[in-house]
Structures are given as C-alpha cells and as structure tokens.
Write a protein that binds this ligand. Sequence first.
Ligand SMILES: NC(=O)C1=CN([C@@H]2O[C@H](COP(=O)(O)OP(=O)(O)OC[C@H]3O[C@@H](n4cnc5c(N)ncnc54)[C@H](OP(=O)(O)O)[C@@H]3O)[C@@H](O)[C@H]2O)C=CC1
Ligand SMILES: [Cu+2]
Length: 581
Amino acid sequence: MDFVNKSKTVTIIGMGDFGRALAKRLLRFGYSVTFGGLNPNSHKISPLDPLFSQTLITSTKSAIRANEVVFLCISVVHFQHFAEKYKAALSRKIVVDVSNRVKDFYVTNSNAEFLQSLLPDAIVVKAFNVVSAYVMEGNSVQNSRVVPVASNHSLARQAIIDLGNEAGFRPYDAGMLSNSGSIELNSTRMFSKWKVPVVTAAAVYALWWLFVAYVDFIRKVNFTWEQVFLRVANKPLCMTAITLLALTYLPGCLAAMYQLVNDTKYHQFPKWLDSWLAARRQIGLVAFALTSMHVYISTLLLRPTYFPSWFNCSGLAPGLDGSDTWMNWKGELSCLTGLLGMLAMCVLAVITIPGVTDSLNWAEWRFLQSKCGCLTLLFSTGHAWVMGAPVWMNYISWVDVLTSETFVSSFLPALVVVLRVIQSLPFIRHSLIRIRKGQIEDNPSLTTITTDTSQVSRKAPGDISKLTYTDQTTSLSEKQQQHPNRTPAQAVGSEDIQGPSPSSGDHSRVISTKDSRAQSKDILVCENASAAKSPRSQTVVKRTDDDIRVRVTNLADREVASPLITSGNESDSCEELVSRV
Ligand SMILES: NC(=O)C1=CN([C@@H]2O[C@H](COP(=O)(O)OP(=O)(O)OC[C@H]3O[C@@H](n4cnc5c(N)ncnc54)[C@H](OP(=O)(O)O)[C@@H]3O)[C@@H](O)[C@H]2O)C=CC1
Ligand SMILES: [Cu+2]
C-alpha cells in the first residue's frame, strides 16, 4: 500500500454537503477526486461548475477501487450497511472518517472506532470532522481550522496530515484512534469552555444587583424604578466587569504565591487553580464584553442630571440642555481612567485573536499580556476610586463605607494590584525567576519522560488543559490552544526535548516523575524497554515495530523541560518507568 499519495488522487463516498465541499477544496489544491455515491446518476453536483468538470462520478464500488484513500462522507447511521456491502473492497485502504455524532444513535466510544470494528481490514483515520462544510468550501485558507488527525497506523495518519497541509488546513497528529471519542465530542460540544465563565459572570452580576438594590432602593432611595433599565443596571454591570477583571488576574498571583511557598515550579497546582488558570482567557473576554456595554450605557447617559457630581454649573439658571454646565475634574478624570482602562482591555482582547497571537512572538505576547493586564487593572481601579474617594471622605461610619458601591467593588481589583506590586518587588521577583527557570538545584532527583502519542492515549487540545502546567503566569493549555502544532513541551520553548526524532511531526505527551535513584546529570539510555542500560548514557529512545518511543532524561536537560505532569512514584527507578510506559 502506498501511503505517500504522490498521485494526489482520492475517492469521496457521499455527495452530500460535506462530500461536495471537501471535493471542491481538494480540487482547488490540485487533487483529483473520484466520487462514489448511492445514486451516481442523481446527484447534486452541478456539471456547470468548472471545478467538477474533470471529476469522475461512479458507483461506490468502482470509486473505492480507484484510489487508496477513501473519504467516507456519510452519516454514522449508514456505517453498518455501508461496511457490510464494501468491507472486502475497502480492505487495506485508508478510510477517512469525517463523521460527527448523531443524536439518538449510540456508538460505544466513537464513530471512528465503530467504523474500524466494522472494517477490521481497513485503516480508519479520523479527520476533518471539526470543519464545517461551509468553511471547507470557502476560498479563504487564512486562519484555517486546526484539524486533529487520529489513527492506529502512523503512516496513514501522516498521509492524511500531509493531505490536510496541502489543502490549506492546520492538521496535527492526535495519536491513536481511541482519541477520536474526545475529538468527536469536542467538535459537537457547545461552548464548553464558556459555560463556567458565563455562569460565574451571571452569578456575580446577580449578587451585585442585590447589593445595588439594597443600597439604592432599600437603605436610601436614590433612583426611581424607571431608571432600573439603564442607569441602575449600569452599576452592577460596571461592578461585575471590574470583578471579572480581577478574577482574570488573581489566579496568576495565586499561582506565583503557590510556587513561592513551595519554592519550586514542579509541584502540581490544585485542580481548582489549574481550571481557573485555564479559564482566564474566557473570563477576561466576558469582562471585556461587559465593560464595552458599560461604556456605551455611560456615554448614552452622560449628562448633569444623571451624574450631578461630575459637572459644575454656573448656578444662575441651569438650562435643561446642560448648556451652562461643564465637566469638573472628577467627571473628566473618571472618563479618562475609564477610557484608558478600556483601551488597554481592547489590546488584551485583540491579542487573543488567533491571527494576531500568531503574529506575535512569545516575548511580545507575554509583554502585552502582562503589561496591558496591569494597566487595565490600574485604570479600572483608578476609575472606581476617582468616582468614590471624594464621597468616602465624607462618610462618618464604616457602614457607609461598606455600602459604598465603588469601595466594595474596587476592593478585589485593588487587592490584585497590591499582590502584583508585592510580587514585583526585587527580592520576590528574583525568587520567582529562579523558581520558574527550574534550576537544577531545585529538585535534583527529577526525571522527565516523553512518550510518543501512539503509546499513550493522547488527548485532543481541548483535553490538554487537564494536564498540569507551571508556566509562569501563562497557562500551558492556553498557549497549547494558540499553538496547537506544538507539544506541551514545545509550548514553553522546549523544542529539543524530544531528542533524536525520526519523524519530527510527532507530538509528545510529557510525563514527569521523580527518580530518586537517578543521579544528577546522569541520563539513562534504553534501546528497548527491557534493556535499560547504563545510567550514565545520553538519551533514551525506545522503538517498537511502529513508531512508539520513549525518552527519559534527567535534570541535565531540565532547562528545556516542559511543565510537569506527575505520574509515577518517588521510589520508581528509570528502568521501571520505561518498562511501564
Ligand atoms: N455538513 C457539515 O458541515 C459536516 C458534516 N460532517 C459529517 O459528514 C458526513 C456527511 O454529512 P453531510 O454531507 O452534511 O450529510 P448529507 O446528508 O448532506 O450527505 C450524506 C450523503 O451520504 C450519502 N449516503 C448515505 N448512505 C450512503 C451509502 N451507504 N453509500 C454512499 N453514499 C451514502 C447520501 O446519499 P443520498 O443523498 O443518496 O441519500 C448523501 O449524499 C456526516 O457524517 C457528518 O457528520 C462533519 C463535519 C461537518
Ligand atoms: Cu464606570
């Protein structure tokens, strides 16, 4: 079987929306397509479309025979019927399963594994199910979709990755077919990363609403009910935005504190902190959306009757049109701090757009994230304080202060600012830099193992967030999502951790563990799992029949080591670890 598809010919079974869109994309990139369908004579392919003029449309059987690579663009519901009929013809062919889950049609594990069980002699590859027919058909290949490709056969997987690359996608090796379950789930699960941030925002907004209702309608009556839609609703909106902003930067401070307390970056964060770090991007974007709304509403209402303390008036005959009023320092400074905060937030939001993220190098991205984040917090807190501080001075009791909306809502952001200032003090900063560098003295017994994904069940990018990272203030899962072609190790700039690699496109999962028996600077080499040799050699590469390999290294390579995922015990030796992997 020729896995290098030099002839650039493929078969597509199913002339529905997806099959046609896929054919168009492949034809555009120089492939020849043979279509096979149930009814080759009644299909929706327009003979007038010049793209399809050279396309052969034939019976399913002839189409399968025509090429080594067969895209199966039919619903999973028809798999069984299809397989029964064409099992023999598909023997030793690469069958690409593009299907997504169908409600009420139950399959164990995944559609792809179901198909593989129906076609045991074929090589099933899961790919392209994350791309919609609409996107597939589109002309634009800029920012094209990241496509996970999974199969039990590494050469077939590579052939489809090559094809995806040629067709303008960003395919990546997603390991074994057993990972198709999460690939299929990730492509149909709705807004899974947004649920917690949105629910948190709604809960915070509801709490601030209750607070505002108590302060402005029960404790004192400051507004009429007619103003609840904009003027009053704008208050909890602003308070929620600033709280979410603080919640975006607080976990970074907590992570730094955790590292300082443990004096190492190689301790796993608690699970809640891990999830919180991974959700920062979404929380920040929700904060940005609410801030934008707050700015629009405030601009609509910006007049002396709504914000009397922001304006001076001549005092003679205040006109209804505000013609004899002008903004005082408080009004001007509130607006300025608010707008500067919004500007910094816009920069933060823009750099989360994948195209922009890709155009920045790691240093630029980190600089903007960190500095604009700090500025946003400072300006937003300043905005609340400019509005509130002149009033706080006149308060006589603590109850007044504690029922001040500006004071209460700016408490958390101010705390984050203070934490960040403390963490930037020279002696604390140096400790953090030392810890994050992962110096050898840190933990001289540390061992890192990388394994090829075909060995361990590799997670799709969405699931990589479940692995631990200790990457300064930036979550690995975040960078992994932004650079899905990088392995977790690569995501922190450790390209060479994989050592001598026969196929550079392979992705690795990094597992760390402690090896109390490994001596510092000793690296264990094993040509295969059962022959762990000298503890003073250079690299560990295990190759079995296919492409499975393991590399064990110790702290001599640690400056390129990735954030760590714990597996194994204190007492495990390298040999045991290798044999277990
Ligand atoms: N549409 C999309 O955006 C996406 C679709 N997918 C997946 O792609 C697959 C196809 O989807 P889509 O194109 O939208 O569906 P359609 O219903 O538009 O097309 C399905 C096609 O499959 C044909 N077909 C059904 N059974 C067989 C069979 N036994 N042999 C040959 N052909 C058969 C149908 O033929 P006939 O018309 O004669 O019944 C029809 O042309 C699905 O598994 C879906 O999950 C994945 C990602 C996105
Ligand atoms: Cu405001």
